[in-house]
Design a protein around this ligand. Structure first.
Ligand code: MSP
Length: 645
C-alpha cells in the first residue's frame, strides 16, 4: 500500500454465497478493515469495498439443492455476510452484490467495450470445468485425468459455444507490468509464481457459458441471448462497477485501487485475468494485489465435510472480537498459512495483551495514583528520558513501511518493542525508589514517559483494536482521530498536564479454553491443549479433573447430518427435563439404528457449540486410534444421568 496520494481504495474479494461466512472470510475482511482504518486515521480519503459474488453454476446448484430460487438463496446468504460484517463493526463504505442492477449494467458495458475493441470473439470451448472453483482446465492440467488441480474435486467435461477473451494478447504486457512495478503483487514469492505461470504461455479465456442460466446476459448490442457471462469476468468487474463504471461518476476518483487483498487460491484470477481485463478497458492497474495464506485446522484444510470449520462469530463471542482481530493479524506472517488453535489465541491474549499492554496501563494508573494524585506532567520527559523517547520514536517511524508492505504481523511485532522499552524503563529507573529518595520530578518524568508511549502505541494500534485503543486513549483524555494523530504522531507532541481517568482492566486473563471444538468426538487438539494448560507437564489435580462432568446417557434418537460424511445427530437422555442434542463424528463407525437405546458416556458441561448448523450440547467419549473408534459405555445398564467419576 502506498501513501503518496491522498486517497485509498481498499477491496476484499467478493464472497461466494454458496456458504455462510467462516474464519477465512473473516480474515480477509479484518485485514482490509485494518488497512482502511489506518488510511482514515492518517488522513487519506478512503473507500473500502466488500460484497458478495452471487452468479454462476456453483450458486445455482447450491440453491437448487436447498429447493430455493438462486435469487432468494443469494439474498439470504448475502444478508448473512452483511450481518456478520455489521456485527464485527467492519467499516466498509460499500457492499456490492453482483445481482445489483448497477453491477449488471457496468459488466455489460465492459463486455461491450472489450468486444468492440476486438478482444472478445466467438468460438467453441472444449475442456474441463471445476464448478467448485468456477474454473476451466485442460486435460493435462487435471490430476489423474479427472480431478481439479486446485481443490481436488471431480471436474465436468464441457463442450459448448463460447465467447473468448484474448488473454494471450496481454501476455507480454502483463510481464512488463510485473517487472516495472516491484510491489504490484505481494508477497514477492507469490509474485514469482504468477510470473512463471504467465511465462508458460496464456491461452485465451472462455468468458461466457451456455449450459446454465444464472448469470449476467450479454449486452443487447451483441444479441446472443443464450449466453451468460463467466462468473469470474462478472465478479472481477465488481471492483469498478462499485465505483460507478458504466455511469462513470465516482470512478476516476478512487480508481486505481490502492490494495486488493485476496487469498492465495484466487491470486491467479486477480494477478493475471484482472489486469488483462483492465488493460483491455484502457484503465489503470491496481497499485497492489496482495495475497494472504490460508487458515487451517490441525494442518488440514477446513471444510464442511470434515466438520472442522471454525465459525468466526463463535470465536469472537468467546474470546472478544478485538482480541480475535489482533490474534489473526499478529499470529501469521502475511502470505503464509496459519493453523487456528484456541491455545495460540489464549496465549496471545494472556501474554501480549494482558501482560504486556494491559499491565503497563495498570502500572501507569497505579503509579500516578499512588504518587501524584492521578496527575501526569511531561515537562521533564525529554530531560530524563531522551534516550528511551528517541528509541521509541525510531520504532514508531519505522512502522508505516510495514503496513505499506502488507507485513501486518511485523508492524505489530515492532510496535510491541515500544512496550518492552516502557516496561524495562520502569524496572530500570524504579520510580518507587526515586520517590523514597525524594526525587519526585524524576519519578514523574518516568511515569509520564510511559504514559506518552502508551498513548502513542494506542494510536498505532487503533486500526487493529479500535474500541480498546479508544478506551486506552480516554485514560489520558484524548480521542483517537486524525487531528490528534497529526498532533501526537506526526508532530510528536507530548501530553500536557493531565489527570488520568481510571478504567476497568481491558484484558482479563483467559484461564481455560472457551469454545467446544468444532470436532466433538474425533478432536485431536482440545484434550492436548487442555493438558498443556497445566504447569506440571500434563498432570492435573483431582479438582481439575472434576471440573469435567461426566454422565451416562441413553441414546433416544440417531440420524445422519445432511451433507456430512462424518456426523450423526443424536438425542440423548441425561435424566434432565429435556434430552440433549449432540452432534458426534461417529458415522463411519456406527449406523444410527444400532445406537438407539444404547448407553454412552457424555461430557455434560461443555459449552454448547454449533456444528454443521446444529446445536451440540455435549460430547461422547470414545476410544480411538487411526483406524477404529469404540464408544465408552457402562458395563451394565444404569439410570440415565448417572455421574461418572
Ligand atoms: N467469489 C470468489 C472471489 C471473487 S473476487 C472477484 C471467492 N469467494 S470465496 O468466498 O470462496 O473466498 C473468498 C476469500 O476467502 C478468498 O480470498 C479466499 O482465499 C478466502 N478464504 C476461504 N477460505 C480460507 C481459509 N480457510 N483461510 C483463509 N482464507 C480463505 O473466491
Amino acid at each position: 500500500m502506498e501513501n503518496k496520494c491522498k486517497r485509498a481504495y481498499i477491496t476484499t474479494p467478493i464472497y461466494y454465497v454458496n456458504d455462510v461466512p467462516h474464519i477465512g472470510h473473516a480474515y480477509t475482511t479484518i485485514i482490509c478493515d485494518t488497512l482502511a482504518r489506518y488510511s482514515r486515521l492518517i488522513g487519506l480519503e478512503t473507500y473500502f469495498l466488500t460484497g458478495t459474488d452471487e452468479h454462476g453454476q456453483k450458486i445455482e446448484e447450491a440453491a437448487k439443492k436447498r429447493g430455493k430460487s438462486a435469487q432468494s438463496y443469494a439474498d439470504e446468504i448475502s444478508g448473512k455476510f452483511r450481518a456478520l460484517w455489521d456485527e464485527f463493526e467492519i467499516s466498509y463504505d460499500d457492499f456490492i452484490r453482483t445481482t445489483d442492477e448497477r453491477h449488471k449494467k457496468g459488466v455489460q458495458k465492459a463486455f461491450e467495450v472489450m468486444y468492440n475493441k476486438g478482444d472478445i470473439y466467438k468460438d467453441m470451448y472444449e475442456g474441463h470445468y471445476c464448478v467448485s472453483c468456477e474454473s476451466f482446465f485442460t486435460q493435462n492440467q487435471l490430476i489423474d485425468n479427472e480431478y481439479c488441480p486446485d481443490c481436488g474435486k471431480p471436474t465436468n467435461i464441457v463442450k459448448e459455444e463460447s465467447y473468448f477473451f484474448r488473454l494471450s494478447k496481454y501476455e507480454d504486457k502483463l510481464l512488463e507490468w510485473y517487472e516495472s512495478k516491484e510491489n504490484c503483487v505481494l508477497p514477492k514469492g507469490k509474485k514469482n509464481e504468477v510470473i512463471s505461470f504467465v511465462k508458460q504461455g496464456l491461452k485465451d479465456l472462455s468468458v461466457t457459458r451456455t449450459s446454465f442460466d444464472w448469470g449476467i446476459k450479454l449486452p443487447k448490442s451483441i444479441n446472443d441471448p443464450k449466453h451468460v457471462m463467466y462468473v469470474w469476468l462478472d465478479a472481477l468487474l465488481n471492483y469498478i462497477t462499485a465505483l460507478g463504471y458504466g455511469d462513470d461518476e465516482k470512478l476516476m476518483k478512487f480508481w486505481p485501487a490502492t490494495v486488493q487483498v485476496v487469498g492465495k487460491d484466487i491470486l491467479r484470477f486477480h494477478a493475471i485475468y484482472w489486469p488483462a481485463f483492465l488493460m483491455s478497458l484502457d484503465l489503470p492497474l491496481p497499485k497492489h494485489i496482495a495475497a494472504h495464506g490460508w487458515w487451517t485446522r490441525n494442518g488440514e484444510k477446513m471444510s464442511k465435510s470434515k466438520g472442522n470449520v471454525v465459525n468466526p462469530k463463535e470465536v469472537a463471542d468467546a474470546y472478544g472480537l478485538e482480541n480475535f482481530r489482533y490474534f489473526m493479524l499478529r499470529e501469521v506472517p502475511f502470505g503464509q498459512d496459519g493453523d487456528f488453535s484456541q491455545k495460540a489465541l489464549m496465549d496471545r491474549i494472556n501474554s501480549d495483551l494482558s501482560n504486556d499492554l494491559g499491565n503497563l496501563l495498570n502500572r501507569v494508573l497505579g503509579m500516578s495514583g499512588k504518587y501524584f494524585d492521578m496527575q501526569i506532567d511531561s515537562k521533564d520527559v525529554e530531560k530524563f528520558h531522551k534516550k528511551e523517547l528517541d528509541e521509541a520514536n525510531a520504532i514508531f517511524d519505522s512502522l508505516q513501511a510495514f503496513i505499506f508492505d502488507m507485513q501486518l504481523n511485523r508492524y505489530l511485532e515492532n510496535l510491541w518493542r515500544v512496550l518492552t522499552i516502557a516496561n524495562q524503563s520502569i524496572a530500570t529507573y524504579e520510580p518507587w525508589a526515586k520517590m523514597k529518595e525524594g526525587k519526585k520530578d524524576e519519578a514523574m518524568a518516568l511515569v509520564a514517559l510511559v504514559a506518552n508511549l502508551l498513548l502513542k502505541t494506542a494510536f498505532y494500534f487503533h486500526p487493529v483494536m479500535p474500541k480498546t485503543t479508544q478506551k486506552i486513549a480516554s485514560v489520558f483524555g484524548i480521542k483517537i482521530d486524525n487531528d490528534n494523530y497529526k498532533k501526537f504522531i506526526e508532530d510528536k507532541t507530548l501530553l500536557e498536564t493531565t489527570t488520568l481517568e481510571k478504567i476497568p482492566p481491558l484484558f482479563p486473563k483467559i484461564e481455560k479454553i472457551l469454545m467446544a471444538s468444532p470436532e466433538p468426538t474425533t478432536n485431536k487438539e482440545t484434550p492436548k491443549e487442555q493438558i498443556k494448560e497445566s504447569k506440571d507437564e500434563g498432570i492435573i489435580t483431582i479438582d481439575q479433573f472434576f471440573q469435567t462432568k461426566l454422565k451416562i446417557g441413553t441414546i433416544l434418537e440417531a440420524k445422519e447430518v445432511e451433507g456430512s460424511d462424518r456426523l450423526l445427530l443424536l438425542k440423548v437422555d441425561l435424566g434432565e427435563e429435556k434430552p440433549r442434542q449432540i452432534v458426534a463424528g461417529i458415522k463411519s463407525y456406527y449406523s444410527p439404528d444400532s445406537l438407539i437405546d444404547t448407553q454412552v458416556c457424555i461430557v455434560a458441561n461443555l459449552k454448547p457449540a454449533k456444528i454443521f448448523g446444529h446445536k451440540s450440547e455435549g460430547m461422547l467419549l470414545a476410544a480411538k486410534d487411526k483406524k477404529s473408534l469404540t464408544l465408552l459405555r457402562p458395563e451394565t445398564k444404569v439410570k440415565s444421568g448417572t455421574s461418572v467419576g
